[in-house]
Design a protein around this ligand. Structure first.
Ligand code: ADP
Ligand code: XUL
Length: 557
């Protein structure tokens, strides 16, 4: 095994530019967390007037964007906060995560702004004129159904696109978003010098030049041939003209994007040798941070979105779910499911029924029995991705439900539940849907280990329900912010690959000392009762029948 040690006195910095906040995790060379920070968009940058970090445009159905400059100002604020906690001069490498699919549109001249930053000024002052579009479309957006249909048609169908790029066309994916901009604002498209993802955008700020889109986050665009790890001409042609020149070349996630720009050396005393490693998506970086390296492991991220992901060597792209190149290997793939109604929908039900208190929410969970007396619900505060259903709530009571068979079980639709049942119906509904789609997508079930992460993974009561439905032990890591942790870990990996002159296996960095590091997963909740797991299987079957009917009746596709 190669010597994979890192310089002893150095530290590695990982960021996460996510939906509601900008986060950072700092690792020492033994992979222990030495600092963590957060900038919350709504409360700490109130002048942008975002709600949950976004604008919901009431004039265009489904349009959801974030002000690009807010991310830049959050970065300024983060660096200020971190400067009080760590010595930037010790940072050997920096990398990070961006919320996936979100895009930034640089105006012609953007590259010269990047390369001539004045260290006496904040970043935000210098980027006011850098973008051709000031509001970045983000992953919550769903206004591109028409563009999705046209792109699928142009490449020979939804499954064809999925086999090529890892996903059928999805409204939030960057290709359909770009096509919509080209169709509705051709002049703006023409004035755009470069299109970045949130991830490559942040890397561009750090290097002072346009950074590449990494191969994994690039697969969230409906533009990348996932087997070749290169742009697909067919997909590019189906999207917009002259697109390849606006995207630049994709790069492996472990590659060096460049040295940190002089701006950061002069203003924050970073070393001029500090390397910027390509940034990637938040889910891919979570996979890295949770050190998921066995096909039997699954992770569930309970952040603004809920996602389920794992790795595989033999992906089978389908009409639902996503396949991305493995972010920490040169071969292999990451598979993922994504739900839009995650934490914000849980918060909404908590606010309506549990006096805005997680404690009361948890009390309701304790007061109600597993299986909720046959009460099930579908809660879509936002247009859902999986399945593609519009905003709405659907509640049912299952009659003759014993948990042994679906025969004779009939559902009747009801308008409301009592508060406690509402809370349980939401949580059970979210996890039953995950279990059903994990099985349908061919991900490993039951998983060998299930690792929970993201904001809501701090809630053991929610994790208890997850353990009962999936029937396996639930693990967590030291902090719920695995995306910035993964960014820091990938920074170390990129530094090492650069020092060795070629790719080195990711796990070689921490293998011998894993248990002594902040990467170590700990058992958080024990697996539930096996009888309950099979009762939930019956409920799940019934739930999927209803879901399929809802999709037939109301689905967008
Ligand atoms: P993102 O990275 O997508 O911006 P996070 O992973 O930081 O999101 O998660 C933020 C969410 O975590 C909040 O919207 C909040 O609802 C949820 N959260 C935080 N604490 C709890 C808790 N104790 N129980 C349930 N959810 C929680
Ligand atoms: C993944 C997705 C979200 C975003 C925001 O496909 O849309 O999980 O990455 O976190």
């Amino acid at each position: 095994m190669a010597d994979c040690s890192l310089p002893q006195d150095s530290i590695f910095l990982g960021f996460d530019s996510s939906t509601q906040s900008f986060k950072a995790t700092v690792l020492d060379s033994n992979f222990n967390i030495v600092a963590a920070e957060l900038v919350h968009f709504d409360s700490e940058l109130p002048h942008y007037k975002t709600k949950d970090g976004v604008y919901r445009d009431s004039s265009v159905n489904g349009r959801i964007v974030s002000p690009t400059l807010m991310w830049v100002e959050a970065f300024d604020m983060m660096l200020q906060k971190l400067s009080k906690k760590i010595d930037f001069g010790k940072v050997a490498a920096v990398s990070g995560s961006g919320q996936q699919h979100g895009s930034v549109y640089w105006k012609y001249g953007g590259s010269s702004i990047l390369s001539s930053l004045d260290p006496k000024k904040q970043l935000v002052e210098q980027f006011t004129e850098a973008f051709s579009i000031k509001e970045s479309p983000i992953w919550m957006d769903s206004c591109t159904t028409e563009q999705c249909k046209k792109i699928e048609e142009a490449v020979g169908g939804a499954l064809e696109l999925s086999c090529l790029t890892g996903s059928r066309a999805h409204e939030r994916f960057t290709g359909p978003q770009i096509r919509r901009i080209y169709e509705t604002q051709p002049e703006v498209y023409k004035q755009t010098e470069r299109i970045s993802l949130v991830s490559s955008f942040m890397a561009s700020l750090l290097t002072g030049s346009y950074a590449c889109i990494d191969e994994t986050d690039g697969a969230g665009m409906n533009l990348l041939d996932i087997k070749q790890r290169a742009w697909s001409k067919k997909a590019l042609d189906a999207t917009a003209p002259n697109l390849e020149e606006k995207l630049g070349k994709p790069a492996p996630a472990y590659a060096v994007a460049g040295f940190i720009a002089p701006y950061f050396v002069e203003r924050y005393s970073f070393s001029k040798n500090c390397l910027v490693i390509q940034w990637s998506g938040d889910n891919p970086n979570s996979l890295a941070g949770l050190t998921l390296n066995s096909p039997g492991d699954l992770a569930i991220s309970l952040g603004t979105s809920d996602t389920v992901f794992g790795i595989t060597d033999e992906p089978q792209p389908r009409l639902e779910g996503h396949v991305f190149p493995n972010p920490v290997d040169t071969k292999g793939y990451m598979v993922m499911l994504c739900y839009k109604n995650g934490s914000l929908t849980r918060e909404d039900i908590r606010n309506q029924f549990a006096e805005k208190s997680w404690d009361m929410f948890n009390n309701y969970m304790h007061q109600t029995p597993p299986l909720n007396g046959g009460k099930i619900g579908f809660y879509y505060k936002e247009h859902e991705i999986l399945p593609p259903l519009p905003v709405g709530v659907h509640r049912y009571i299952l009659k003759n439900f014993t948990g042994n068979t679906v025969d004779d079980v009939v559902e009747s639709e009801v308008k409301e539940f009592d508060a406690a049942s509402e809370v349980r119906a939401l949580i059970e509904g979210q996890f039953l849907s995950m279990r059903a789609h994990v099985e349908r997508f061919g991900m490993c079930f039951p998983p060998r280990r299930l690792i929970a992460t993201g904001g809501a993974s701090a809630n053991e009561c929610i994790l208890g329900s997850l353990a009962s439905i999936f029937g396996c032990d639930i693990y967590t890591v030291e902090r719920p912010d695995s995306a910035s942790l993964g960014g820091a870990l990938r920074a170390a990996h990129g530094w090492l690959c650069n020092a060795k002159g070629s790719f080195v296996p990711f796990e070689c960095m921490y293998k011998d000392k894993f248990e002594k590091t902040s990467l170590n997963c700990k058992l958080s909740v024990k697996a539930g009762d096996p009888t309950l797991v099979s009762n939930y299987a019956v409920m799940m079957q019934k739930r999927m029948e209803i879901e399929n009917r809802l999709v037939e009746k109301l689905g967008r596709w």
